[in-house]
Design a protein around this ligand. Structure first.
Ligand code: BV8
Ligand code: ZN
Length: 244
């Protein structure tokens, strides 16, 4: 992997850094990505599984898909990539993680400033009375459960296609992007909007864009540095060079 000395020098003089992450940063923990080889969405379409209409048409199928993903998340650990991002908090005034992932692995790795643009797979809520339920309430329920209070349908607290992102979280992510000196784009195909606007906002405000991915993506032609490699290998190497 090729990491330029110029980038390391930039990192050493940076004050605030932002990590914009996607499914690729969790791939080495054993969680499938969506669009890559063996991706979750190769088997069934995103629209059927990660959309409100898909859920209303077949709540039990979608619920089962999320139960399957929760089980995988429970059996996985944060990897070296997540851990380096958490460790960097000791070396910079501000490290913000803006993630599209719903798997909680940044939190479990010890990061403290995390903005979850697409929600969190461990949280659920009743569609009628909005009561929140933690995933521990239904560890083995195959069917979309009903609310104990009002009998309404319970759904995962994630943002589906056609649904707006949590406005205050997105606005905070935009703000942090415009304040960042360096914006790392890690393990995302950068095709999902409006999340994919975040690195663009950082660039427009003068941040240096650094992409870490195993292949080129839609955003590669807009970045200042493109490092081809696995996040779990590149980030530790970057950290090692930074500490030298
Ligand atoms: C919305 C649910 C307002 C949670 C997901 C412009 C503006 C606004 C909206 C749109 C727009 N253009 C199009 C839209 C509509 C749509 C959209 O973006 N469609 C795209 C696909 C064309 N956006 C929306 O609907 C959003 N809502 O805008 O509301 C609105 C309202 C009404 C009408 C219009 C607008 C909602 C988007 C959120 C959808 N929910 N998931 C869940 O179940 O997880 S999206 C899904 O994709 C996941 O959340 C995921 O986070 C996200 C992005 O995927 P990635 O993380 O990038 O994963 P992917 O597999 O694609 O890529 C993995 C990458 O990792 C690859 O590049 C691979 O090379 C790399 N990799 C693999 N291994 C490694 C690695 N890299 C490093 N190391 C490795 N080891
Ligand atoms: Zn209810």
């Amino acid at each position: 992997m090729d990491i330029s000395q110029k980038l390391i020098a930039k990192l050493k003089s940076a004050k605030s850094i932002l990590f914009f992450t996607g499914a690729g940063i969790s791939a080495e923990s054993g969680i499938d990505t969506f669009r890559g080889k063996g991706g979750l969405w190769n088997k069934m379409s995103a629209q059927e599984l990660a959309s409100f209409d898909g859920f209303m048409k077949n709540p039990n199928l979608v619920w089962e898909w999320y139960q399957y993903r929760r089980k995988i998340v429970r059996e996985t650990e944060p990897n070296a990539g997540h851990k380096v991002i958490a460790q960097l908090e000791k070396h910079f005034n501000k490290v913000t993680v803006v993630t599209q992932n719903v798997d909680n692995l940044h939190k479990r790795a010890g990061s403290s400033n995390i903005l979850e643009l697409h929600g969190n797979i461990e949280r659920n809520f009743c569609m009628d009375c909005k009561t929140f339920y933690g995933v521990e309430n239904f560890l083995d329920s195959e069917k979309a459960p009903r609310c104990k209070k009002c009998g309404g349908i319970i759904r995962p607290d994630v943002v589906w296609f056609g649904e707006t992102l949590p406005q205050e979280i997105f606005a905070e992510a935009e703000r942090k992007a415009t304040e960042s000196d360096i914006c790392f784009i890690v393990g995302t195909s950068a095709v999902v909007y409006p999340a994919a606007y975040i690195p663009i906002s950082a660039k427009e405000a003068g941040a240096t864009l650094v992409e870490i991915n195993i292949e080129a993506t839609e955003i590669t032609n807009q970045v200042d540095y493109s490092i081809i490699g696995k996040a779990g290998e590149v980030l530790p190497k970057l950290f090692e060079l930074f500490l030298e």
